[in-house]
Design a protein around this ligand. Structure first.
Ligand SMILES: [Zn+2]
Length: 203
């Protein structure tokens, strides 16, 4: 059971509550799976309120440096999948957050009904996710994309990726190491429907 301080109303300060030290301290007793769900609900709420800022069909713009960092991250974690977050403003990515892929014995892995083996799935460490969201808030950026790697398969969302696509206002970016030259593609996944978007690489 997650306790929310009684003197704080669950209204427009949901994100503040999520990030407050008091709340953060109570969460570990609730287990990571509950924390993961809370993050999904809260961030979706936060980003829904900003949906007006995102125009359909706008390209996700990412610097060559950040593209290279994601590829390096994917190669370093291979044969396991890597995962992380990209933040920025108005579809221009300015920050990358590498997030740990939870170990097979973490309760969140069983709870999400994903394969235990990290070669075939990613489940982000919820505490590292929280730290990243806190940094975004400080830097005035917002979550733009969630990235992960496919070490042995194409850069296209798997059935599990679609099932667990909780963030409807965020791009899903996949780095494939299947072929010699890494491939990166990005998608929106809304109500289980996959739509490819364009990545514009900035110098
Ligand atoms: Zn995947």
């Amino acid at each position: 059971m997650v306790k929310v301080p009684r003197d704080r109303k669950m209204s427009n300060s949901l994100f503040d509550i999520l990030l407050s030290f008091q709340y953060y301290q109570e969460v570990p007793t609730a287990g990571p799976s509950v924390l993961t769900k809370i993050i999904h609900i809260f961030t979706n709420k936060l980003h829904r309120s900003r949906i007006g800022e995102t125009k359909e069909g706008v390209m996700l713009q990412i610097s060559k440096n950040i593209i290279d960092e994601m590829i390096t991250h994917a190669q370093a974690e291979a044969p396991n999948e890597c995962c992380g977050l990209l933040s920025g403003k108005e579809n221009v990515v300015s920050e990358i957050y590498k997030i740990g892929n939870l170990q097979s014995d973490d309760p969140a892995v069983a709870d999400l009904k994903v394969p235990p083996d990290r070669r075939f799935r990613y489940v982000m460490d919820p505490k590292e996710q929280l730290r990243a969201f806190k940094t975004m808030r400080t830097s005035g950026t917002e979550l733009l994309a969630i990235y992960h790697s496919h070490p042995h398969s194409p850069a296209y969302p798997s059935a599990t990726d679609v099932r667990l696509a909780f963030y409807s206002d965020t791009y899903y970016l996949i780095i494939s190491l299947e072929k010699e030259k890494p491939e990166i593609r990005t998608f929106r996944i809304i109500d289980q429907k996959i739509t490819e978007a364009t990545i514009s690489v900035l110098p």
